[in-house]
Design a protein around this ligand. Structure first.
Ligand code: THG
Length: 262
């Protein structure tokens, strides 16, 4: 599993404030804690309240890289903000994200080639987020075709079916899980898949339980990556155990310790 740590996001109150005050300690602790807990990428998102997202993205990328050498997932809908992050990134990055609109894919896939970045593509377009699996699969097929035109390898393309909160969109959980399974049939080799896990529990009371249950079900359906909170130890242990049961790791009695150390 590719684990993309979600915590450097201005959506979190403390992080939003740290970005505003240019307080490095909060951001660097966030980065180090996630790296130590097994994140393979760190998502970097200036959040909805940033007044100058280009400068904030540059500051975040530099600040994180002073503390951790984990690759970054540059998370913004704005192309100039993404490029500002990519320019400064020292390791091979992830672009988070394009949608399925042709012009947006042309721009983002060009940027991915220019910076040799991996890409997340959302199965939504200007008409919004689909509410059934068929529409998600149609958009995923369009994304896979376009990525091929840009010579982006399937293993560098992460398709995101868009997870919605279960308390307001209860029928969407099953649609997303089935979509993940179907995406693997779109090309050979298959594109990879990713979800923003914490979306599923927004507004619910027992968030970590909802996140954990959904992650395990998605892994059983073939999920390759998740944007999640790596500091949630029960979540990470459940993930490791699910991979063991799916025969992706060799069994040993101390598999949790072994996998955490790796
Ligand atoms: N797909 C892709 N990228 C994404 C998402 C996605 N990036 C952003 C988001 N969704 C994933 N990251 C988060 C980060 C935080 C939360 C949810 C998803 C979250 N935050 C608290 C909240 O809103 O309740 C913040 C509250 C606080 O503690 O201050 O839940 O789907 N490709």
């Amino acid at each position: 599993m590719t684990v993309i740590g979600e915590l450097v996001n201005g959506m979190y109150k403390a992080v939003g404030k740290a970005i505003k005050d240019k307080d490095k300690t909060v951001i660097q602790k966030c980065a180090k804690d996630q790296a130590r807990s097994g994140a393979t990428f760190l998502d970097v998102n200036t959040g909805p309240y940033s007044k100058n997202p280009i400068d904030d993205m540059k500051w975040l990328v530099e600040t994180i890289q002073e503390a951790a050498d984990t690759p970054l997932s540059i998370d913004s809908t704005k192309l100039d903000v993404v490029e500002a992050g990519l320019k400064l990134a020292k390791k091979r990055s992830m672009i988070n994200s394009t949608n399925a609109d042709d012009e947006k894919m042309d721009a983002v896939f060009s940027l991915a080639k220019k910076y040799n970045a991996q890409v997340i593509a959302l199965t939504m377009d200007r008409s919004g987020v689909p509410n059934d699996r068929m529409r998600r699969i149609e958009m995923a097929a369009k994304i896979v075709t376009k990525a091929m035109e840009y010579d982006i390898r399937p293993e560098d393309l992460f398709i995101d079916p868009i997870v919605l909160p279960v308390n307001v969109a209860q029928s969407q959980g099953q649609e997303v899980l089935e979509s993940i399974r179907e995406f693997s049939h779109l090309s050979d080799p298959a594109p990879r898949t990713v979800v923003g896990l914490s979306n599923v529990s927004q507004g619910t009371k027992v968030r970590s339980l909802v996140n954990r249950t959904f992650l395990i079900m998605a892994i059983a359906n073939g999920l390759s990556a998740a944007i999640l909170d790596p500091l949630d130890k029960e979540l990470m242990d459940a993930m490791i155990t699910a991979e063991l049961i799916l025969n992706k790791n060799i069994y040993c009695d101390s598999f949790l310790d072994a996998c955490r150390k790796r």
